[in-house]
Design a protein. Structure first.
Ligand SMILES: [Zn+2]
Length: 146
């Protein structure tokens, strides 16, 4: 597939990827257990895909050099890597026992713990903050996109 064809394909189809991510974000909104950080993560993902889509459409529409796509992917990839903790808080296995997590838990639950591990209360006298790895100092609060 040539770079030109790739750009055309992306310009035509990135919209559906964006739509899928926004749909997921809406589902997270509906789910009461959904964590704010994971909702923010799908929001950031949507922003990155939107930037990718707009950039690609500009390249195709104005007949810009196709190699700009590589620059675009590089720049967005760099940004995504830099903010990877915020953008990708999802884990496929339980942080405590390593067991597999259900799709719901992956998408909605903050702690990335399986049913068994989450039910068990934290040890006596311990702080109630599990202090998950990955630095849960994500942006929270008034900047929550509505
Ligand atoms: Zn577990």
């Amino acid at each position: 597939m040539s770079l030109t064809a790739l750009n055309r394909f992306l310009a035509d189809n990135l919209f559906y990827l964006l739509l899928g991510i926004l749909l997921l974000n809406m589902l997270q909104r509906r789910e009461r257990a959904a964590s704010a950080n994971k909702r923010l993560a799908t929001f950031y993902l949507a922003v990155i895909v939107l930037a990718w889509m707009i950039g690609t459409i500009l390249i195709v529409h104005f007949g810009l050099p196709d190699a700009l796509q590589l620059l675009l992917i590089g720049a967005l990839g760099f940004a995504a890597y830099h903010f990877r903790v915020q953008i990708w808080p999802f884990r496929r296995s339980c942080l405590k026992c390593g067991g597999p997590l259900s799709g719901k838990r992956i998408l909605y639950h903050e702690a990335n713990l399986c049913e068994n591990c989450e039910v068990i209360p934290p040890g006596p006298g311990g702080s109630s903050e599990p202090g998950g790895p990955g630095g849960s100092t994500g942006p929270r609060g008034p900047s929550d996109p509505a």
